[in-house]
Design a protein around this ligand. Structure first.
Ligand SMILES: [Mg+2]
Length: 238
């Protein structure tokens, strides 16, 4: 059993809504502030729900003027739809930093939990007649486990999302611009000839096109755990 598998087993309580915000079963004093905040604070969950509520309002204001199937929303995955705080807990406890191989091992466990509000938002977009598109910097070699993890969260390709674009390894770029630009063509060949994006949702600055309207980008606060966070006020108090 790998260390990460053991960790995941020990964190079962911490991943459950009933006990996630009670301080957990084990001391968390050694966790970094952002990790502890995401793991234990009600603020993180309520901030995330608030962002998804704002995104829902935005989409609702625009979609009624558009035919079903003619629009889409792009979401990042990690710390936007999939909560990987258990991986960060292991890093904090061992004093390690992010490594491609330990991250790969984590993705293969398919143990990410949902970011609060994300599943409801995806379901809302589908009910409203939009397409859900995921653009992630998870690698292509992690795609199968990622889709399986999403299925465990209740999100199925073709039913709940139509496009999932990973980052190609080893030469693919972390910039998502090229993949964002592909989305309308990918929808066209699936039978939707003319589509526009109504919103982007993510937790990092690169989760929307560089020239995208800031008012139509909805940012989840990831507690400054990863990347180049888009939260204007990392940790509580957006
Ligand atoms: Mg992310």
């Amino acid at each position: 059993m790998t260390k990460l598998v053991k960790l995941a087993a020990s964190l079962v309580c911490l991943g459950l809504a009933a006990c996630a915000h009670t301080g957990g079963m084990t001391p968390v004093a050694e966790l970094k502030p952002g990790t502890a905040w995401v793991l234990n604070s009600d603020d993180w969950a309520s901030e995330a729900r608030e962002v998804f509520a704002e995104a829902t309002q935005h989409v609702d204001a625009l979609e009624s003027a558009r035919p079903d199937g003619s629009w889409y929303v792009v979401l990042d995955l990690d710390e936007t739809v999939m909560n990987n705080v258990a991986y960060q807990v292991e890093l904090d406890r061992t004093g390690a930093s992010y490594q491609t191989e330990t991250w790969f091992d984590w993705t293969q466990q398919e143990a990410a939990t949902p970011v609060p509000g994300s599943i409801e938002f995806v379901n809302h977009v589908n009910r409203a007649g939009g397409h859900v598109v995921f653009v992630t910097n998870r690698l292509d070699r992690e795609q199968l486990a990622t889709e399986s993890n999403l299925a465990k969260l209740g999100l199925l390709r073709g039913r709940d999302f139509r496009v999932l674009l990973t980052r190609a390894s080893p030469e693919g770029t972390s910039s998502k611009e090229g993949r964002f630009a592909l989305v309308p063509e990918m929808l066209r060949v699936q039978g939707y000839p003319s589509t526009v994006s109504l919103a982007y949702v993510g937790d990092a600055k690169g989760d929307r096109p560089a020239d995208w309207d800031a008012d139509a980008f909805f940012c989840i606060d990831n507690g400054a755990m990863y990347g180049d966070p888009c939260a204007s006020v990392p940790l509580s108090g957006r």
